[in-house]
Design a protein around this ligand. Structure first.
Ligand code: ATR
Length: 291
């Protein structure tokens, strides 16, 4: 077992592409996991925006990078640059993890996998269930695709009709309905009656909007607490603050709740598994970084 962290001529390169990236927790979690397992890899951050992504990807591929993550604003463009896509990345149209398979860059999306793992950890089993999700941005799309692949039976998405993602969400709904056993539909977030009936039938409610995120913590995307019922597991993908107003309202109504912190960890753990074939030691990472 190797406990030091010496970079040699054999060290495998992994990393994160996006802009900005310097605030990211990913180098901490991956480098600590490499160290704990004695794996000869390093994970670095590269500030690469849309204009330079194609050149950066070509260069990293030529240098034999083992794999990398992508964050905003590079996830959608990477789906076009990859040599192949996983079923989830194909459905989402976005890639957050690339694996270099013998010179071919294979695009995956582990965000939804991360979310579904944290939902299972909170006691939620997706098979045959109805789920309501609020929002239709990048995270929402990834969660919807994976939930459908993992056996959710009915998926009701509520978003603003004015959303810049409207067309893309309709495409996602179509892809889910064509390629999985899940029935998906898109509704207007302002349609309280439809939302009420969706929640009555749901066992999982997800806030995938940015409402309630720091510094603007005083709002909840749902203020009407009569919409929550104790049979509902309620998730917020926000992790700053750890407990949003949305989650505290749900908790007060007797719902089981969880935030987005473990989604972040587990999307990284899945990328780590894809690159190394090993399980990330997540309990040690949680302890070290208070995740
Ligand atoms: P992420 O990558 O975290 O998913 P995003 O792609 O910017 O972030 O998505 C943010 C989501 O929050 C979007 O669905 C956005 O809705 P619009 O597309 O209509 O803007 C949603 N959102 C942000 N503010 C909102 C608000 N006040 N009410 C409802 N939805 C909101």
């Amino acid at each position: 077992m190797k406990y030091d962290f010496t970079i040699t001529g054999y060290t495998g390169l992994t990393g994160l592409l996006g802009s900005p990236v310097s605030h990211s927790l990913s180098p901490l979690m991956h480098n600590e996991a490499f160290r704990l397992l004695g794996l000869d890899y390093v994970y670095l951050c590269f500030d690469v925006g849309e204009d330079t992504l194609e050149a950066a990807v070509k260069g990293l591929k030529a240098c034999g990078i083992r794999g990398f993550n992508l964050t905003m604003p590079d996830k959608n463009r990477m789906a076009e640059l990859a040599d192949g896509l996983s079923p989830a990345a194909q459905m989402i149209g976005a890639v957050n993890t690339v694996v270099n398979e013998g010179g071919k860059l294979m695009g995956h999306n582990t965000d939804g996998i991360g979310f579904m793992r944290s939902a299972r950890e909170a006691g939620f089993e997706p098979e045959g269930q109805t789920m309501t999700i609020l929002g239709a941005g990048g995270a929402a799309t990834a969660i919807c695709a994976q939930a459908a692949l993992d056996g959710i039976q009915t998926l009701n998405i509520f978003a603003r009709p004015s959303s810049r993602f409207h067309q893309r969400t309709l495409q996602l709904v179509d892809a889910v309905n064509r390629t999985t056993g899940c029935r998906a539909a898109l509704y207007d977030l302002a349609d309280t009656e439809v939302l009420k009936s969706s929640l009555l039938n749901s066992t999982l409610l997800v806030n995938a909007t940015s409402v309630g995120m720091a510094p603007d913590t005083g709002h909840s995307v749902l203020e009407d607490t009569s919409l929550f019922h104790p049979g509902l597991t309620v998730a917020d993908i926000i992790y700053n603050p750890r407990e949003t107003k949305f989650l505290s309202l749900a908790k007060a109504a007797g719902c089981r709740t969880f935030n987005g912190l473990h989604m972040l960890l587990y999307q990284g753990a899945e990328a780590f598994r894809l690159w190394t074939g090993r399980q990330m030691p997540v309990e040690a990472i949680k302890e070290k970084y208070y995740i």
